[in-house]
Write a protein that binds this ligand. Sequence first.
Ligand code: SAH
Length: 218
Amino acid sequence: MNTRHAGIGMTSQRTRERLIGRLRAQGIRDEVVLAAMNAVPRHIFVDEALASRAYDDVSLPLGFGQTISQPYTVARMIEILRDGKPLDRVLEIGTGCGYQAAVLAQVAKEVVSVERVKPLYERAAACLEEMGAPNVSLRYADGSAGLPEMAPFDGIIMAAAATHVPPALLEQLAAGGRMVLPLGAPEQHLCLLARTAQGYRETRIEEARFVPLMVGKA
Ligand code: SAH
């Protein structure tokens, strides 16, 4: 950890434990997910000016009109993705600050995350480097095309909302794989898409609020 975070670093373990208590109260049950949330220092991923709020259960501005997801949302998406089972290779669309990728890295063997905004991609890479997350790799690209060269994925998480599931992502989901994403506009719902031997099964989980999925690179 560098000196930029020295002050908050001392209190962060205690505040993180409080955050875990709140996540339990909000209904997160998967102990593996709770342990992963407890292990990742969120303050590394937020702006210095906001670091004191890093463990509040709120979304925070990331710059470039984007937000870092609320801890509850990160935990809930990963809980649904995992379904109580270990994950092999996971694709995340929308790296943002890299926090969710860091949490995913605790529960999956390998994580690949794609971001379309160059400065965000660069900052996330620096934060993940600072934390030390050797099983995460980042790509600067439009994530709606997925990453065909690394497919299939056991799990796909999309951190931005679309009106329909990008077809490339459907194809890149392994048989038996699960995809968690916000769908719909203006009202959004967090949805689970499970790929079965027969096809895809979609389940609506709960209301959600995400930034929209955008086209192209920026
Ligand atoms: N998982 C993030 C949340 C990021 S918010 C975190 O933990 O902070 C959603 C992100 O999706 C934004 O950074 C936005 O730039 C990105 N995004 C939107 N459309 C995209 C696309 N087509 N491809 C890749 N990233 C995209």
